[in-house]
Design a protein around this ligand. Structure first.
Ligand SMILES: [Zn+2]
Ligand SMILES: [Zn+2]
Length: 341
């Protein structure tokens, strides 16, 4: 065994062998391989061994500490954790796609940001206009539907590719590529929209709590208009059947469904959904009577399976926290002067 000086060490990717604190070249320089070497695993100088074990210790402790810190943060202050995660989820892919020239992602990102920024602007106005919950709800609802649909389509395309169905049509490459892009994009923007919806929802729920209760009845009761937005209800048929309460009323010529609550007040389907889900309310917006609303309108971005929730957490971790932890570890190594051996 010959203790090599640093210039004898083959360049290329290296792996730290944790058990022995030894560094081994993975893909050696072809030039080095051309010279026959009796031993591949050579001993390092004591100084290098020490450095390598230090690097390993730092890497390991950084990972563990970061993990513990995240768990603790999530447990202690869930809201700020969610906000920071959401911010990271939004901004980090922007830098990546700008750096790596992913113009498709960049375009979608800009479009999504414009739409969401506008929606968030609407949601944070005070006092909150009556039509806002409906708009916010509509934006996130259609976003959610679109992401879900496109993601499913992408998944199907990848699966079809896996079972080599597109071979019949000679579209193999296109299928896997488009499917992968669809799945990733819809997953990413779906999660982003969901987090954003949650933040808008919290904000609007607190806005609606501000003395809204006594404001609405001042408008005067008109059974032909939606009591939330003030626009005409598309059918008055519901009013003739007021004895049948708290049911969904559908009319052949109806452009938008009218919902009548058990208190007898009628609203547009989307208006009352926006009020219930975005505002987190279970009272009639007009008379404040407590009505069963939560069970009627399940939150579309809330009723997801455990698998889906875990998948979203995994994506959040991969997109947000993984780059941050790796970056911080790199910084620590650099700080200790251990980034180069
Ligand atoms: Zn309405
Ligand atoms: Zn009412």
């Amino acid at each position: 065994f010959m203790a090599p000086t640093p210039e004898h060490f083959p360049p290329g990717p290296m792996s730290v062998d944790g058990h022995h604190g030894r560094i081994t070249g993975v893909h050696g320089d072809p030039h080095v391989h051309a010279v026959p070497h009796p031993v591949h695993h050579r001993q390092l100088s004591p100084e290098q061994e020490k450095k390598a074990s230090q690097v390993f210790t730092i890497l390991f402790s950084c990972m563990v500490l970061a993990q513990l810190a995240l768990v603790y943060w999530k447990k202690k202050h869930r809201k700020s954790y969610q906000q920071v995660t959401c911010f990271g989820l939004w901004i980090i892919p922007f830098f990546f796609s700008a750096e790596l020239h992913f113009y498709k992602l960049l375009t979608c990102w800009v479009l999504w940001t414009c739409g969401s920024a506008h929606t968030m602007y609407l949601a944070t106005r005070r006092p909150l206009p009556d039509k806002t919950p409906r708009r916010v709800y509509a934006f996130f609802y259609y976003m959610h539907k679109a992401c879900y649909g496109l993601g499913s389509a992408g998944y199907c395309m990848i699966m079809a590719d896996f079972f080599s169905i597109p071979n019949i049509f000679g579209l193999e490459v296109l299928f896997a590529y488009v499917g992968g892009i669809l799945l990733f994009f819809s997953l990413y923007f779906g999660i982003l929209s969901r987090d954003c919806a949650e933040m808008c929802t919290d904000r609007m729920a607190s806005s609606m709590g501000y003395g809204k209760k006594h404001k609405m009845p001042a408008r005067g009761y008109d059974p032909t208009v939606c009591l939330l937005c003030g626009d005409a209800l598309s059918n008055n048929w519901a009013l003739m059947n007021s004895s049948i309460q708290s049911q969904h009323v559908d009319h052949a010529q109806t452009t938008e469904r009218t919902i009548e609550l058990s208190c007898g007040h009628s609203f547009h389907d989307f208006c009352i959904r926006g009020w219930t889900i975005v505002g987190k309310k279970d009272t009639c917006p007009y008379c404040s009577e407590k009505v069963v609303l939560r069970s009627m309108f399940a939150n579309p971005w809330d009723t997801q399976s455990l698998l889906w929730a875990n998948l979203m957490d995994a994506v959040r971790y991969l997109v947000v926290w993984n780059p941050i932890i790796v970056g911080m570890t790199q910084l620590t190594l650099w700080e200790f002067g251990l980034d180069k051996i």
